[in-house]
Write a protein that binds this ligand. Structure first.
Ligand code: PRP
Length: 211
């Protein structure tokens, strides 16, 4: 069963206006990506398993529940960095494993350039962070890497995806859950999402490459 979830919330629609708008300044863009990341992240973590614990309050003992599986973050450099701090707000003890990929501008194929994952010790749940899922090639490379590391539960969190990209990931990895704020219909000839938001990495770090 493929598992692609488009998260619905009025605040998502509202903040998508900001990230789509080409007039939005980099600082505002980063802030809006952060808010959207939290909204998507809440949904992507809503079924994490809980274990009962006893907590001593200042008054008496209380029956509580705590997440006791390892949930860790895997941002895809560079743009995924824009989602790390917002997700750390939800999961303050989550380790962060960076994977560096860029798309070859001619072929749109991902090229890996940074990977320091250890040989063992994979977390129970990995949250892959990247604001854009276009052709799906980058996310696929990361999913394959996390599977080879031994992560049993891989969840992809993105802000805007192209229909072709989510279809590709869902058909190749039916057990991987994908959570997105919006799914756009098309890719252009440079494999950018249409209408999309442009290049998320360049907009987050204010490093325009085109014009
Ligand atoms: C963008 C984006 C994704 C990838 C999506 O990164 O942040 O990582 O492209 O494309 P795909 O689904 O077709 O693989 P980019 O290569 O622009 O690198 P950057 O984050 O360093 O800007």
């Amino acid at each position: 069963m493929s598992c692609v979830t488009k998260v619905k919330h009025p605040l998502i629609q509202h903040h998508l206006c900001t990230v789509r708008d080409k007039q939005t300044r980099s600082s505002e863009f980063r802030a809006a990506i952060g808010r959207l990341a939290v909204l998507v992240g809440m949904r992507a973590t809503e079924d994490l398993p809980l274990t009962p614990v006893k907590i001593q309050t200042p008054i008496c003992e209380a029956d509580c529940q705590r997440i006791d599986v390892r949930v860790e973050l895997v941002p895809i450099l560079r743009a995924g960095l824009g989602m790390v701090e917002p997700l750390q707000g939800l999961l303050p003890d989550a380790a962060v494993w960076h994977l560096g990929l860029f798309r070859n501008e001619e072929t749109a194929e991902p090229v890996g350039y940074y990977d320091k994952l250890p040989k063992s010790g994979a977390p129970n749940v990995a949250l892959v962070l990247d604001p854009m899922l276009a052709t799906g090639g980058s996310v696929e490379m990361v999913i394959e890497r996390l599977m080879s590391w031994g992560v049993p539960d891989i969840r992809v969190l993105s802000i805007i995806a192209a229909q072709a990209g989510v279809d590709r990931v869902a058909s190749h990895f039916p057990d991987v859950k994908v959570f997105v704020a919006e799914i756009d219909p098309d890719l252009n000839e440079q494999s950018f999402i249409v209408p999309g938001l442009g290049d998320a990495g360049d907009r987050i770090f204010d490093t325009p490459q085109h014009g």
